[in-house]
Write a new protein. Structure first.
Length: 354
């Protein structure tokens, strides 16, 4: 009840705030435009804009040592619960949240995996999975539709490091309206994704579900690693996350690098860090055995083979060129395990194929 009163009075102050801004001729901060680099563009743009999976700016401070209050109250349930989000902020959630807005596709996927779909009242413009998320109200992306979010009045808003660093005043207005604003930072490894799942689970009273999701991902990943131990002829793999002429790849510190290592494959760009662009001439000298792309083109084999000098590349000669769903290999959520399973089957079908 106390929180509902706070939200009502908080909303009144927000309405007055936006009215004053409008009268001043500045216009309400309706930030509903789609922004390149969220989940709508190709994976390279996503990473380079620091939005979804760049992993360089995230502060993974969501209580890895389990020092935050687990919220148990005389055996009555997990609330109130105190968490520490990825901005290092301590947040006490008094009651089980009944409504959630997620302004990032990965956090939306995590929420649905935890069984919170019926509580989702707003998602980003780029949330495309699961199918149910397509019918939920769209509330913007890196630039949020602040007025719409305030009118929806969710109990919890899941935001990103980008929002925390660039829209601090708007997030403060959300808090004044009674919303719990939780920052989920950028991720670049499976372990960091597990931390995000744990954090969302603790904040929403679904810690048991979170543990089950993590355990399933870990079990499936460990199975792949065990099978990979029998591989003696390691293949060199070139990963391409955007097509020519601006060809980007993934070096160390990315999901794709970790995935390739876990299935005993060699990343052709292992001497690089993060997301980098290489020329066609540089790539040819690497002579990969397999080429993996994360974008869709009508005739992938022909497009890659037509590049100057690429006809003699082993992967081209042997037609070992494959495309995978970008969301499963770069989006920091539960479907990452599907991405590494698909890579394993494509690169080593004799070991991982069904």
């Amino acid at each position: 009840m106390g929180k509902q009163i706070t939200k009502r009075f908080g909303l009144l102050s927000i309405i007055l705030f936006f009215t004053a801004v409008l009268l001043a001729g500045c216009g309400a901060n309706d930030q509903s435009g789609a922004v390149n680099g969220e989940d709508g563009g190709n994976a390279a743009e996503t990473e380079l804009n620091g939005n979804e999976e760049a992993g360089e700016n995230g502060n993974n401070n969501n209580d890895p040592d389990n020092s935050a209050n687990d919220g148990a109250v005389d055996g009555e349930g997990p609330f109130p619960v105190t968490i520490i989000d990825d901005a290092g902020k301590e947040i006490t959630i008094e009651e089980e949240p009944e409504s959630i807005i997620s302004i990032q596709a990965s956090n939306t996927e995590i929420s649905y995996a935890l069984g919170l779909g019926d509580k989702m009242i707003g998602v980003s413009d780029f949330c495309n999975y699961p199918e149910e998320a397509l019918s939920v109200e769209k509330v913007g992306g890196q630039d949020m539709n602040a007025e719409l979010i305030l009118s929806l009045l969710p109990d919890i808003v899941l935001v990103t490091t980008y929002h925390h660093e660039n829209h601090e005043e708007i997030l403060k207005q959300y808090e004044e309206a009674g919303m719990d604003v939780i920052v989920i930072g950028d991720k670049s490894s499976f372990d960091e994704v597990y931390e995000s799942i744990e954090l969302v689970g603790k904040a929403t009273g679904t810690s048991e579900e979170a543990e089950a999701v993590i355990a399933d991902m870990q079990e499936r990943h460990n199975t792949l690693k065990e099978k990979a131990e029998e591989i003696t002829d390691k293949k060199k793999v070139w990963v391409e996350v955007s097509p020519a002429p601006d060809i980007f790849t993934t070096g160390q510190g990315t999901f794709m690098h970790e995935m390739l290592e876990s299935i005993n494959a060699e990343n052709a760009a292992a001497d690089q860090e993060g997301w980098v662009m290489l020329t066609e001439e540089e790539i040819v000298t690497l002579n990969p055995d397999v080429i993996i792309t994360t974008y869709h083109t009508e005739d992938l084999q022909a497009e890659v083979a037509s590049r100057d000098g690429w006809a003699e590349v082993s992967a081209v000669k042997n037609e070992e060129i494959f495309d995978v769903d970008t969301d499963t290999v770069v989006r920091p959520g539960p479907r990452l395990i599907e991405g590494v399973e698909e890579l394993a089957k494509l690169i080593y079908p004799e070991v991982f194929g069904e």
